[in-house]
Design a protein around this ligand. Structure first.
Ligand code: HEM
Length: 147
């Protein structure tokens, strides 16, 4: 991502997350998207989960510039979501992204202007998703860093 694209991503997510209803809406959409997703979150403290996801959006910016703090954050999340731990199957990430895009569309009135940027941001997140898929298939940590 270029610096300008990162700025757009940051501005869009700042607009979205300044309204607490944005993350509430995202999780409402995500939980409604499948029984499998709902089942994964039965024991979850959702307000805490929303705060954790908000922090992750900031980490996207760091990870996109290969800042080690951002990279380490997503590597830890990849391990947490992998088969031996939360065991999140790859197809649930498609739902996650669809719900995120829908929540952004509903929340950010400047959506048409930032559409390309959000798609770029998705790619950043999807890169992390691929790490998770590889972890699910037993890739070694040193392989993961090269993706
Ligand atoms: C790229 C997409 C995703 C991001 C950025 C993300 C982010 C996070 C974060 C920040 C946490 C909290 C970690 C912590 O406690 O330290 C978390 C936990 C969790 N995530 Fe994800 N996640 C993603 C995709 C998914 C998907 C697709 C599912 C499928 C259901 C999922 C299910 C969970 C569950 C079950 C937890 C644990 C909740 C608990 O503590 O009870 N995540 N995720």
């Amino acid at each position: 991502m270029t610096y300008a694209e990162l700025e757009h991503f940051n501005e869009s997510f700042t607009r979205c997350t300044s309204d607490p209803r944005f993350l509430e809406r995202f999780y409402a959409l995500f939980l409604a998207s499948s029984d499998e997703v709902r089942h994964k979150f039965t024991q979850t403290d959702l307000p805490k989960q929303r705060r954790a996801l908000q922090a992750s959006f900031h980490m996207v910016l760091l990870a996109a510039t290969s800042d080690p703090v951002g990279t380490a954050h997503f590597e830890r999340l990849a391990v947490l979501h992998s088969q031996p731990h939360l065991d999140i199957p790859p197809h649930l990430y498609d739902l996650w992204l669809d719900c995120l895009v829908q929540a952004v569309q509903e929340s950010d009135s400047q959506w048409p202007k930032v559409a390309d940027t959000v798609i770029e941001a998705e790619r950043v997140i999807m890169r992390w998703d691929r790490l998770t898929v590889r972890l699910n298939h037993g890739a070694k940590p040193h392989d993961i860093r090269r993706t």
